[in-house]
Each structure stands twice: as C-alpha cells, then as structure tokens.
Design a protein around this ligand. Structure first.
Ligand SMILES: [Zn+2]
Ligand SMILES: [Zn+2]
Length: 285
C-alpha cells in the first residue's frame, strides 16, 4: 500500500510534490485548479516539467488529480453540463502533463429525476473523457455518500455506469471510506467489508480499484450525509484499520483528505501506516 494525502498546489503545482515529500508520503492528490471555480489554471511547461522531475526525486509513486467540486455531468442545465465537461477535460490535460496516474471525480447529482435517466445523460461525455485516458492515466469515479440524488452511491450504480460505458478498460473506481460508510457499508467491520468487496469484484472487478480516500466520518452509518472527520477522531476511528488492512487494497494509494486544524504532518501519514499494519495483523489473526 502507498500512503499519502491531498495537498495544496498553491504557488505552482509542483509544490505538491515538495509538500508530500516533507511529510513522508509516497502518494499524493492535488487539484489542478481551484475546486470551487470554473476557471481553469494555466500551468507553464516549466512547472509541469518541475512536477515530473521532483516526483522522480521524491520517489512519489502515485499521483491523483481531483476534479473540481462544481462538476455535475447529470445537471438538467445544459450550461452546467458543458462547463463540467470542459473542466474535466482541462483536468485530464493537466493530469497528462504531470504524468498523473488517475483523475478522480464525482459524477454529480440528478437532483431527483432518477438514476436510469441520469446514466443516459452522463454516458456520452464520459465516453469522450475516457478517450483522453492513456495506459498510465485512468479516469476514476468516486463513490458517493448518497445525498440528494448523487450518482455512484452504491456498487450497483457504479456498475451500471460502467456497463453503460461498455466496461471501458481505463474506467477506475476511487473508494472513499467515509462515503462508503455514509452510504451504508460498515467499512470498519471485516465481514461487511468482505461482502461489499466481493460484490464489487463480481460487478466491476477489483482491478478497477485505483485509489482510496481515507476519511473518518462525522455522520452515522447509512446517513447518506458526507461529513468527513480527521482520522481517527470520527465514528470509524480505529475501525479504519480494518478498511486499510484489507488484502484487496494492498497495492493501492491510501490518501487522507481531512486533517487536523494545525495542518497535515508526518504524524498523520505515520498513523495511516500504523492503522494499515494493525489491520493486516487482524486479518491474519
Ligand atoms: Zn473523497
Ligand atoms: Zn466526501
């Protein structure tokens, strides 16, 4: 397993590598532009080159680009849909420029008009975006907590999307521990997790799993509410060891997205590593 976190790209995207190196991570997630604005950021070729060379020096083995939060490919509003598509395309382009391994994004929400209809709306733009993937760069759907018609709230929904895209070879999945818990999967329970992953394997294939977001949860199991907490202060707590120690996740990057008030430090990455070890032992025992 690789360990890392989402870090700021302020001052130039290559600074993300400096930041993850400083806290001892070997995997990193960044925004390629401000996540709350449509306007894309222009990165200079020098900056992209610095990212790639710093990554080699720092031995960072996984890079994920997280798309902006405004994306909603299922919106009824054509302008929002086209802005969403353009933003994702820009993210894919930067991701290619920095040799990222994955672009992770939230498909969006149908806000009530229904999942089956939404699949028809989002499939064509997703197909186009998948055309921008490469052997090294996957496009990954993130599982949703399930609030307000969010798409991807269950393995069944993720699988339906995948089927609508003819099971594209570089369509990946990013699993967020907090979202899975909120959508009703007790990721801190070994049996429940086994079962959920068996389901995922049979419907999607474990090889589609590319990225893990490791967040604790402030809201209860099945609440469908997405409120991250700092690991391990939330309702999942040390139960996240079970999640992190699962053999299906062995080769994946585990990325923190929520951190203490005083900022992320090497202690947070060390904690991830410890929870992972504890989970591995529990599994064997
Ligand atoms: Zn996440
Ligand atoms: Zn979330």
């Amino acid at each position: 397993m690789l360990f890392g976190a989402h870090v700021s790209a302020a001052g130039g995207i290559s600074k993300a590598i400096d930041r993850i190196e400083a806290i001892g991570g070997n995997a990193v997630q960044v925004f390629t532009q401000s996540p709350r604005m449509w306007k894309s950021t222009q990165h200079t070729p020098e900056e992209l080159e610095r990212f790639r060379s710093r990554r080699r020096e720092a031995r960072v083995r996984h890079v994920t680009c997280h798309a902006l939060y405004l994306v909603n490919l299922a919106s009824r509003d054509a302008e929002i849909r086209s802005k969403s598509f353009e933003a994702l395309r820009a993210t894919m382009e930067v991701a290619r420029g920095i040799d990222a391994d994955a672009v992770v994004f939230h498909v969006g929400s149908h806000l009530g008009y229904g999942f089956d209809e939404a699949v028809k709306v989002v499939a064509p733009p997703l197909r186009e975006l998948l055309g921008l993937t490469t052997d090294g760069l996957w496009l990954c759907l993130e599982n949703a907590a399930g609030a307000g018609g969010t798409i991807g709230r269950s393995v069944a929904e993720l699988a339906a999307l995948c089927d609508a895209l003819d099971g594209h070879a570089r369509l990946g999945i990013c699993l967020d521990s907090c979202h899975w818990w909120a959508s009703g999967v007790d990721v801190s329970d070994a049996e429940a997790l086994d079962q959920a992953l068996e389901d995922l394997d049979s419907r999607l294939g474990l090889e589609r799993l590319r990225v893990l977001h490791v967040n604790d949860a402030k809201t209860p199991l099945g609440s469908n509410r997405d409120r991250h907490d700092v690991v391990p202060r939330g309702l999942l707590g040390n139960g996240l060891a079970t999640f992190l120690g699962h053999p299906a996740f062995r080769d994946l990057p585990a990325l923190l997205e929520t951190w203490p008030e005083d900022g992320l430090s090497s202690a947070d990455i060390d904690l991830l590593r410890r929870l992972h070890r504890r989970g591995r032992r529990r599994k064997r025992g």
